[in-house]
Unconditional design. Structure first.
Ligand SMILES: [Zn+2]
Length: 287
């Protein structure tokens, strides 16, 4: 129901990467697919879709990162410095199949990390790509570093009447509302993060927290953990540093506000959109 890429056929072939000949050999395959990615995003074709090219230059282990195999076909991300137009991920991604969405999301997250992680965080030496893009290795101190993912939570808080808590930030377009969200602090559990953020942002005390689904969000490399939570209190006290406004909505309230244009919701590529849709359809666990 809420899974982001449950039907993806991208196999990251992590065990096969121990063979240093794997990526250079796959790069020579006539059917290999390359997604080029600049610091601004994945390069687009004339239709605005991800440009899927064949390898057209010698293999460079520092720039050519193996994403994996898609039903046997090698997929690579190629780091480029290019001013060409890029894919509007937030708009285009929901129309893609799970495999393409997985490949593009992985390309963005991986390239963002590699571009920022050239130097060893322990000794400061220049690092090199290993395991066909899965790791950066420091030959100076021997340390391996793996791509970092930053967890954040996004939560559907409901009260006893199954109303949903929505909030908006002042920087958003007028009328735009979404679920409450926030980054996890070091050492924090998902449940504790939900309770802390909802209390900080809206003054609501939350009881039981249930995990729903996750979504990698490659700006630059987060993992959104979607949750459902039961509100133990309903009186809203907004922390203006985090939110401009928060409100409880029933399904009827939301239908009406959407119909009049008073309120708008996040784009359908986001897990927020899908969780809200599931609540409207009565598909979330009852509070
Ligand atoms: Zn080092």
């Amino acid at each position: 129901m809420l899974g982001y890429c449950d039907d993806s056929h991208l196999d990251r072939v992590e065990a096969l990467r121990l063979d240093p000949a794997l990526a250079p050999t796959l790069w020579t395959r006539a059917d290999a697919v390359v997604l080029e990615v600049s610091p601004r995003g994945v390069l687009a074709d004339s239709a605005g879709e991800p440009a899927r090219r064949a390898p057209h230059e010698p293999f460079d282990p520092e720039r050519h990162l193996l994403l994996g195999l898609v039903t046997g076909v090698p997929y690579f991300a190629a780091l480029v410095e290019d001013e060409a137009p890029v894919v509007e991920f937030r708009i285009a991604a929901m129309a893609w199949d799970d495999t393409l969405r997985d490949a593009v999301t992985t390309t963005l997250a991986l390239s963002n990390w590699h571009r920022e992680s050239r130097f060893c965080s322990k000794c400061g030496s220049l690092t090199e790509v290993a395991l066909a893009g899965l790791v950066r290795h420091c030959a100076s101190c021997g340390r391996d570093r793996f791509p970092r993912t930053d967890p954040a939570m996004i939560v559907a808080v409901r009260d006893a009447d199954d109303r949903l808590l929505l909030g908006r930030q002042s920087v958003w377009a007028p009328g735009r509302f979404s679920l409450l969200a926030g980054f996890m602090s070091a050492g924090e559990t998902l449940e504790a993060c939900v309770r802390r953020e909802v209390a900080e942002e809206a003054g609501i005390v939350v009881g039981e927290v249930t995990y729903l689904a996750s979504q990698p969000w490659p700006f630059p490399r987060s993992l959104m953990l979607g949750a459902s939570a039961v509100a133990l209190t309903t009186s809203i006290q907004v922390d203006q540093r985090e939110l401009e406004e928060a409100r409880w909505v029933s399904r009827e309230d939301l239908d009406q506000a959407l119909a009049t244009g008073e309120l708008s919701l996040p784009a359908n590529v986001s897990i927020a959109h899908r969780i809200i849709a599931a609540w409207r359809a009565g598909e979330l666990p009852k509070p």
